[in-house]
Write a protein that binds this ligand. Sequence first.
Ligand code: CTP
Ligand code: MG
Length: 235
Amino acid sequence: MSEQKDIAAIIVAAGIGSRAGGDIPKQYRSIGGKPMLRHSYEIFASHSAIDRIIVVIGGGQEEQARLALEGLPPPIIVTGGDTRRDSVHQGLKYLSQSAPGQVLIHDAARPFLTFSVIDNLLSALTTHSGAVPVLPVVDSLARGHFAGDHEVMAGTVPREDLWRVQTPQAFHFAPIYDAHQNWDVSQEATDDARMAMAAGHDVALVPGEEALSKYTFAQDFGDESMDDNIMPPIR
Ligand code: CTP
Ligand code: MG
């Protein structure tokens, strides 16, 4: 009898990479000799627990995605939306036609995924609705406000119980799909765990990895062209 596998992965890759700049969207740029998207796709494709991978891409990017993943088991391609939340939702809707038990939702912009992060997340799902990788905040945190021509310090924020949240974020399928289906779309959400939590589901925090950090700004790619952007826009 074949082993029952019931875990899907969604890689969201439908962004335009406006903060990173460059000629092509960042998920198709070369990192360490291969397109960024290919890195995490290869890890999911070679993990024995994962049997379906959805890649959510921007409209008209089918050829770029196909080239980036050439030679690998063919992906299931779904067209994304205007926001990350919407792109994840499109992936979940596609999966709902034949719902998996569990789903891992991952940013293409975090290429350096490892089996150990995936395994820790899946093991946390035995006792929780969701699980996310996190890292401690090591720098002091300041609250700022804009005063004339620059930010000034307006207060500090205790950091002891604060964590930096990464992806993949792992969930039992039903709670995260419900959270997306019932989300008030007038509110933006950059993070699926927040949506699951707001819908009353418990989300475990498991150890993340520094290498899983998101490529966001031009300097994350080692670009030199940062002269006019010494301080990245605060969002
Ligand atoms: N993403 C997506 N659909 C969107 C927006 C983002 O699938 N409409 C994906 C990105 O491709 C990325 C991940 O969500 O893999 C994290 O988003 P972010 O780092 O913000 O990427 P971009 O939105 O592309 O970048 P920017 O916000 O700088 O434009
Ligand atoms: Mg974005």
